[in-house]
Design a binder for this molecule. Structure first.
Ligand code: GLU
Length: 515
């Protein structure tokens, strides 16, 4: 049978990195095996489900490049794909009736108070809390009929077999087993008639012919319930694949503490879909060699469950930046300019920096926001110039957001000057003459002004004429005068991009500062 997998989120909030990794593994696995990837929305907890969240899941996954073959947004042979709609369509009712008739499920009429008391007694006796029997597991038909006649509310619970070992063969962990007496009887149908995750998910996995249940390790403890349910129906079990947790470099479970966990925030920070996908794929999975930068196709070709590791996958933010930088450098400049433009014009980008509160003194979100706005205007105003600027900075940045501040000095009328750099480099005696020589060169020596060699020659000539031992005392003051900063792209290249008119205006301003 061909591979069929499902991404089955319960959209209650933002799409986080963990869910992205979950969806990505399924997508790579399905593509590798030319199988089918289904999106199923598990919204049976109606109080927590949010349609906005579902929309964020779908649009963000699309941005990352994860496409589904079936789902609520595209339809398919197993529609509907939202469990609330499936419940309305009567999908689950016959199955719960069948399960009860087989003796594997029962009605339990406990009141919330009774359940609370049970929990208290278990806690006092240091037993694990949960429903292991109570009155109703072994109630007689008469007791049940009487409770029903009284109109008492009830839930339907799974009758987990007792005194046996329940085992699964997990594709990542191998054989995992449980003493069935340690597994409580989960609710399958709530008092309002809604199925729970345990029931709806497994019935749907069966009805949708899911071959592999790929999901996070946090679901491993539910696996014996799910396996028992498949067995109770006499259905073939899908293959269980429990993927490792994602942890920070400190080994602790990934959380806000480690930086953003909402996938959209990574997009807003200027990470591109390709490298983000590449990075996420490598958390808890390895291609079996030391490859790190991989294309979409390489990931699909290499992905298999044998590469999924049981130990936690580390979230290494520096690696993400490195992969993103590599991808930026590999791009054709026109395509990069388009990518940057799309990024700047996605409303969430500016909103993100506008609302960001940074606890890092080196990161000023307002400054980044302004630089991104300026970059957008500059691209609009003079695309060919912006393209040249981007080509230079392409070699240096790690994220699309970095382009804002990195390019700012090119687009400002006059760049903002770093006082420390001015103090360090504007003091030497030759600097005034140097600026005069270059100012005179604008319009004469640098007529066309687009060849870095012209600038290199001019600076070297000044060095020889003024018998200055090293080129540094010439290069650095010039750089500070033109960019306001002590570091940046190669000086001669950036001069060729700025061109004589801008160079002249900046040098004239720098000369004023010498007085
Ligand atoms: N609805 C569950 C979730 O939100 C799905 C778990 C599973 O894949 O079985 O994660």
């Amino acid at each position: 049978m061909s591979v069929r997998v499902r991404f089955a989120p319960s959209p209650t909030g933002m799409l986080h990195v963990g869910a992205l990794r979950d969806a990505l593994f399924k997508s790579l696995f399905a593509r590798h095996h030319h199988g089918v990837l289904i999106l199923r929305i598990e919204d049976t907890d109606r109080t927590r489900y949010s349609p906005e969240s579902e929309a964020e899941f779908i649009s963000t996954l699309k941005w990352v490049g994860i496409e589904f073959d079936e789902g609520p947004h595209i339809g398919g042979p197993n529609a509907p794909y939202r469990q609330s709609e499936r419940k309305e369509a009567g999908v689950y009712q016959p199955w719960i009736e069948k399960l009860m008739s087989l003796g594997h499920a029962y009605k339990a009429f406990d009141t919330p108070q009774e359940l609370e008391e049970m929990r208290e007694i278990q806690t006092i006796n240091k037993q694990s809390t949960g429903y292991y029997g109570g009155v109703w597991r072994d109630a007689t038909a008469e007791q049940v009929a009487a409770a029903e006649a009284e109109g008492k509310p009830y839930v339907i619970r799974q009758r987990i077999p007792r005194d046996i070992t329940i085992s699964i063969h997990d594709a990542v962990r191998g054989r995992v087993e449980w003493d069935s007496n340690t597994i409580d009887d989960p609710v399958l149908i709530k008092a309002d008639g809604m199925p729970t995750y345990h029931f709806a998910s497994m019935v749907d996995d069966h009805l949708m012919d899911i071959t592999h249940i790929i999901r996070g390790e946090e679901w491993l403890s539910s696996a014996p319930k799910h396996a028992a349910l498949f067995d109770a129906f006499g259905w073939n079990r899908p293959v269980f694949v429990h993927c490792p947790l994602i942890v920070g470099l400190d080994g602790k479970k990934l959380s806000k503490r480690h930086g953003a966990t909402r996938v959209l925030d990574y997009a807003a920070q200027g990470f591109m879909a390709g490298p983000l996908k590449n990075f996420i794929a490598l958390i808890g999975w390895s291609p079996g060699d030391d490859r790190e930068a991989m294309s979409e196709q390489e990931l699909v070709d290499a992905f298999d469950i044998s590469g999924v590791q049981p130990s936690p996958g580390k979230f290494d933010f520096e690696k993400l930046k490195w992969l993103n930088g590599l991808a930026i450098r590999a791009m054709e400049p026109f395509a990069l300019l388009d990518e940057i433009t799309d990024y700047l014009r996605t409303p969430y980008t500016l909103d993100y920096f506008n609302q960001l509160v940074s606890d890092d003194p080196k990161v000023d979100p307002k400054k980044i926001e302004k630089a991104l706005l300026d970059l957008d205007r500059a691209i609009e105003k003079d695309k060919p110039y912006a393209l040249e600027v981007i080509k230079l900075e392409q070699q240096r940045v790690q994220t699309l957001a970095d382009f804002g501040e990195a390019c700012a000095f090119f687009f400002a009328e006059l760049p903002e000057m770093d006082p420390k750099a001015v103090e360090k480099w504007f003091g030497q005696a030759h600097v005034g003459q140097l600026f005069d020589t270059l100012i005179a060169g604008c319009g004469t020596t640098f007529i066309d002004g687009s060849d870095p060699v012209d600038y290199e020659n001019a600076l070297k000539e000044f060095q020889v004429t003024h018998q200055i031992e090293k080129l540094g005392p010439i290069v650095h003051p010039t750089r500070v005068a033109l960019t306001g900063k002590p570091t940046g792209p190669g000086l001669f290249e950036l001069m060729a991009v700025l061109g004589p008119a801008r160079i002249k205006a900046r040098l004239l301003r720098a000369k004023e500062m010498l007085k």
